[in-house]
Design a protein around this ligand. Sequence first.
Ligand SMILES: Nc1ncnc2c1ncn2[C@@H]1O[C@H](COP(=O)(O)OP(=O)(O)OP(=O)(O)O)[C@@H](O)[C@H]1O
Length: 238
Amino acid sequence: MIVHHVTKSYGDQSVLNQVNITVREGEIYGLLGPNGAGKSTLIKCILGMVKQDEGEIIIRNCKVDPKRSNYLKNIGYVPDSPFLYNYLTPREYLEFISDLQGVPAGQKHNNINYLLEQFSLLDRQDDMISTFSHGMRHKLSVAGAIVHKPHVLLLDEPLSSFDPPTTKFMKSFLKDYASKGNIIFMSTHLVDIAQHLCDRVGILLNGSILKEYKDLEDLRDFENLIIRDMEATNADIS
Ligand SMILES: Nc1ncnc2c1ncn2[C@@H]1O[C@H](COP(=O)(O)OP(=O)(O)OP(=O)(O)O)[C@@H](O)[C@H]1O
């Protein structure tokens, strides 16, 4: 996946400024930045939900325009606040999403059983989603994002609502998903999550990738970078 010179402003507020990122197959890339850095905006640009002002995004030789439906087949997306249909059961929800994504009928049943089992939702398969906890809803949202086995999985602030055993499971599930040649691109503001899940981390600050880390031990620098940046910004204002 290539993010090339992506620039985005909302009105006169510049949010992304010439962002360049290349993520290889099999890689988990973390976008680490403080609140308001533009992480969700970049994910929405990759998804085509937000149109960048400049630059391009390419997944498997496909640009977000003009064939968005072809492009979207390659992508799964988990927003920070999952959108689910409360009046469906998790099985009905996954069936609905599978149909939307064009999963072949012959694969649908086994695929959904596998996901419900993997995500420990089999015993709740007949309950309404409205009765689910926040963490269970988030898990179902991840399952829904991968029913069509997308090449790129976009996760906006994953793991934030999971308890320790679910976090452990989810990390191992995502690592395994990437190891099959898929790309995982995730945003977080938590150094710990970035350190334990990602192969590479880019620091998004003031609209640009300030630094990329492969040796994730060095991520301890991140908090100092942010604090120095905020102090410099405050000094400029005063
Ligand atoms: N639709 C929009 N219209 C106007 N401004 C927006 C819109 N979406 C985001 N912004 C602004 O763009 C900036 C970046 O927001 P964004 O949600 O991308 O940041 P983020 O890094 O994901 O933040 P957080 O970690 O708090 O979720 C913020 O100042 C936000 O208010």
